[in-house]
Design a protein around this ligand. Structure first.
Ligand SMILES: *Cc1c(COP(=O)(O)O)cnc(C)c1O
Length: 425
């Protein structure tokens, strides 16, 4: 029996489903999850010592590739000086300054330990600031697993969401309205009818948790105009897109200034660190300055701050994002062409260092379109690639990630492997 299988069997006895986050269990693609023992640059090795070209990158943080020597040594140095103090440190000030400099809409920022915490806190703050209860999210967007965000759309316009998870009381989701991504008309009608009750709208500026779905320009501009007009807080959830699609995040690509932004993944450089920030007048409502409570024992952890700060410095190398975007676009285009040559209805898209693979003729623009993709075909493609040493996200509904360590030749190698798999499907 493979070591991966042995570990999975042991894990399932003591960890529910054998994993500490559900998608890792390979539930939607089937088979045995690979237990990773080490990683460097673009590669990960599993417990059977098989090497994979990794396009998950810890779901986004590994933008420099795995175990970048400068990031690792910054963490080692920080560790030597003590693991956690529960008191402020100079590194936190440096990181806060760096974030505000790179993302000008963030005038003040607070560090937390996960994206879930960042979005949950941002929403509480938006409610505290506006004195309103209703929040708006879009179908297919994921903003972490806090109760009021685990919601699926109700039936019909202006019916509030119902819980999409067990353990979430109906009462906790009755203030969450779920609208359709890219539907400008529905957004306008909603604001006309209940605009004055909306505390905030939270958006994945390029959706990456229903595979990659891009917003239309009309959609993001309508969103900014309507929220401003009705005094609702616009929250860009850039936990995934932040520092990955552009050095100055998705908001820079959109030409939009949100009121608040949440960050995670890349900002922690692979350590548990996330952040929320925005306008000073909004941030002034949070404890200890204001009445909205938020706190964290390990918030601003010195090891995580060292990893994040070093990562943010390294991605400022001139041309970093242009090169990353170009290689990621080449990967998407190469796989699309290979699919066409093989007669497989599959296409791909990308933004910055993030890509989507779709088992469909056309790139989807909504949750409904993504849901119509051929999941069984993805499963065959996924396992074909895995066998050839390419580790893709084990789900048809996740984005993929390219790092600075994925060279042009590695991208070409991946395209050739994909062509071989597609030809055999
Ligand atoms: C990953 C993600 C989160 C949740 O972050 P965690 O660190 O997993 O809690 C929230 N929002 C978006 C857009 C994400 O991609």
């Amino acid at each position: 029996m493979s070591r991966n299988q042995q570990l999975f069997d042991r894990a399932k006895l003591r960890i529910p489903g054998g994993v500490n986050s559900p998608v890792r269990a390979f539930g939607s693609v089937g088979g045995t999850p690979r237990f990773i023992v080490r990683a460097t640059g673009p590669y990960v090795w599993d417990a059977d010592d098989q090497r994979f070209i990794d396009y998950v990158g810890s779901w986004g943080p590994a933008i420099l590739g795995h175990a970048h020597p400068e990031v690792v040594s910054a963490v080692q140095e920080a560790a030597t000086g003590g693991l956690s103090f529960g008191a402020p440190t100079a590194g936190e000030v440096d990181l806060a300054e760096e974030i505000c400099r790179l993302v000008p809409s963030i005038e003040q920022v607070r560090l937390v330990s996960s994206g879930t915490e960042a979005t949950m806190s941002a929403i509480r703050l938006a409610r505290g600031y506006t004195g309103r209860d209703t929040i708006v999210k879009f179908e297919g967007c994921y903003h972490g697993h806090s109760d009021s965000l685990l919601v699926k759309a109700g039936s019909g316009l202006l019916t509030f969401g119902t819980p999409s998870s067990g353990g979430v009381p109906q009462d906790f989701t009755k203030h969450t309205l779920v609208l359709e991504y890219n539907n400008v008309e529905q957004l306008q009608r909603t604001f006309e009818e209940i605009g004055e009750t909306i505390a905030c709208v939270i958006l994945e500026p390029f959706a990456g948790n229903m595979n990659l779905v891009k917003p239309s320009e009309a959609f993001v501009h309508a969103l900014r105009a309507l929220t401003a007009q009705h005094g609702a807080v616009l929250i860009y959830d850039e936990v995934m897109t932040g520092f990955r699609v552009d050095l100055h995040c998705a908001q820079h690509l959109h030409g939009i200034t949100p009121d608040m932004t949440t960050l995670g993944k890349v900002v922690g450089g692979g350590m548990p660190l996330a952040a929320f920030g925005g306008r000073t007048d909004i941030m002034a409502c949070i404890a200890p300055l204001g009445p909205v409570y938020q706190a964290g024992t390990l918030s601003g952890n010195p090891l995580a701050v060292a990893a994040g700060l070093t990562t943010l410095r390294l991605i400022q190398r001139p041309g970093f994002h242009a090169e990353l975007s170009k290689r990621t676009a080449r990967l998407a285009q190469g796989i699309s062409s290979a699919a066409r040559a093989a007669g497989v209805p599959m296409c791909a898209d990308s933004v910055g260092g993030m890509f989507g693979l779709y088992m469909a003729e056309r790139v989807p623009a909504s949750f409904a379109e993504v849901s119509a993709c051929d999941v069984a075909a993805f499963r065959r493609f996924f396992h074909g690639m895995l066998e050839k040493g390419v580790y893709l996200a084990p789900s048809a509904f996740e984005a993929g990630f390219v790092s600075d360590a994925h060279s042009d030749s590695l991208i070409e190698e991946t395209i050739s492997l994909a062509a071989a798999v597609l030809a055999s499907l």
